[in-house]
Design a protein around this ligand. Structure first.
Ligand code: URA
Ligand code: CA
Length: 433
């Protein structure tokens, strides 16, 4: 087989065979095929797309390029959730105990944050003692006993995706539906998921700027999942503003606790219930999404979801007393209010900008080795659609330095206040098959 013939075939709009796709992915992973040939193929795919069979083959070729996590010793259907990248997205912290409280195993491999979105592990580490450095044996035993555990990324998962993603990044071929969809799905499958729930974000801060594009990406991933034997469902949700009110590690833990008590922000609660319902159906805890939602509401109301969160923290060394006394979480030394200059309605809150503002305080990292400050971040006092008067606080800054002028400016520049009482629907679409 010759790489040049494969490039020519895709250039001419013909579908590639499984053997050809395996040849490319294996050869590139082993450095047998040079960057320039693979980048040429990526561009041909960008223009000529891939059919469903090619997408499934590419996904599984990337899964086969590295290690795979074996969760077969865990009883039940292992459902994983993936979000395409949200700011202040506290849903994983809520979903893990919430769904586990229904008996669905949540065996989550998670990462740390980079750039303007926070990582689940960083957030959990705001709880004193909590750690994800557990052995695979402990991980499996905990999930079998208590249904929920989080482990740090380990092993050499999907090296082909890492190389391809880096190449696409510098060859203007990231924004291709078949390439994004196979990239995301390969990582979830390599991490051991039997079933997958996807939260595809749409809007300013997201990869997909329009609902149409987001729907196409979601549908592509759902089709891949189902074609390779992993039942997959998706939600398309708005990123026209950050999710919930808290952005920052300890602040988001507190927000998750409130949500598990049934006292959380409306949007975070809604998204958690929707995603949780899909997870519960795929995990076999309910027949329909409606039944799942009722059961989830039940474990919030009777306190068992909150109790599950305590067990989860305790199992991994965390101080579970923070759940009943959130003042034991890391606290920032200073609080500053960002006051609105004008009166009107909040029409838009730049999600990415709020993520960056929170990072500027030290809540996120710019490079992989940065230390983060678990206590700092932003609390949004006003959300899209809220009425605000001049002088009222839009955001409370939690900081460990007194110099927050640049952060204040960033927040003010990205709160759009106008005359329209806008209502941005959070959940745009559900794709269940
Ligand atoms: N996120 C991924 O993991 N892969 C892509 O290709 C794009 C976004
Ligand atoms: Ca949040």
């Amino acid at each position: 087989m010759r790489m040049v013939d494969i490039i020519a075939k895709k250039r001419d709009g013909e579908p590639l065979t499984k053997e050809e796709i395996d040849f490319v992915v294996e050869g590139y992973t082993k450095d047998d095929i040079p960057d320039y040939q693979v980048s040429s193929l990526m561009m041909a795919i960008f223009f000529n797309d891939m059919n469903d069979a090619e997408r499934a083959d590419l996904t599984m070729a990337m899964v086969a390029s590295g290690d795979r996590i074996d969760l077969s010793e865990i009883d039940g259907v292992k459902v994983d959730k993936h979000s395409t990248g949200g700011v202040g997205d506290t849903t994983t912290l809520v979903l893990a105990p919430l769904v586990a409280a229904l008996g669905v195993p949540v065996a989550k491999m998670s990462g740390r944050g980079l750039g303007h979105t926070g990582g689940t592990i960083d957030k959990l580490e705001a709880v004193e003692g909590f750690h994800v450095e557990i052995t695979e044996r402990e991980f499996i035993d905990i999930v079998n006993r208590d249904k929920v555990a989080v482990i740090g990324q380990s092993g050499n998962l999907t090296p082909a995706d890492k190389k391809l993603y880096a190449l696409r990044d510098v060859t203007a071929t990231v924004n291709s539906i078949p390439l994004i969809a196979s990239s995301i799905m390969s990582k979830k499958i390599a991490a051991g998921a039997d079933a997958i729930v996807l939260d595809v974000k749409v809007g300013d801060g997201a990869f997909m700027k329009t609902e149409e594009d987001a729907a196409e990406l979601a549908k592509a991933m759902v089709t891949i999942g189902n074609d390779v034997g992993r039942r997959t469902m998706a939600i398309i949700s708005s990123m026209e503003e950050p999710l919930g009110r808290a952005i920052g590690n300890a602040l988001e833990v507190q927000e998750a606790i409130e949500t598990l008590k049934g006292e959380g922000p409306e949007d975070l609660t809604e998204l958690s219930l929707e995603l949780g319902s899909q997870m519960a159906v795929l995990g076999g805890a309910a027949e329909t999404l409606e039944e799942a939602r009722e059961k989830l509401q039940g474990v919030i109301d009777d306190g068992s979801a909150l109790e599950k969160f305590k067990v989860f923290l305790r199992n991994q060394g965390g101080d579970a007393s923070i759940v009943d006394d959130v003042s034991r979480l890391p606290q920032a030394e200073f609080k500053f209010e960002v006051e609105s200059k004008t009166s009107g309605y909040v029409e838009e809150i730049g999600s990415e900008a709020m993520g960056i503002a929170s990072s500027m305080l030290g809540a996120g990292r710019q490079t992989k080795d940065d230390e983060i400050d678990l206590a700092v971040g932003l609390m949004l006092n006003k959300k899209v659609g809220d009425r605000v008067e001049a002088g009222e606080s839009l955001v409370t800054i939690h900081s460990n330095t007194e110099d927050v002028e640049a952060v204040k400016t960033k927040v003010l520049e990205n709160y759009k206040i106008g005359g329209d009482e806008k209502d941005i629907p959070l959940i745009r679409k559900m794709i269940t098959e």
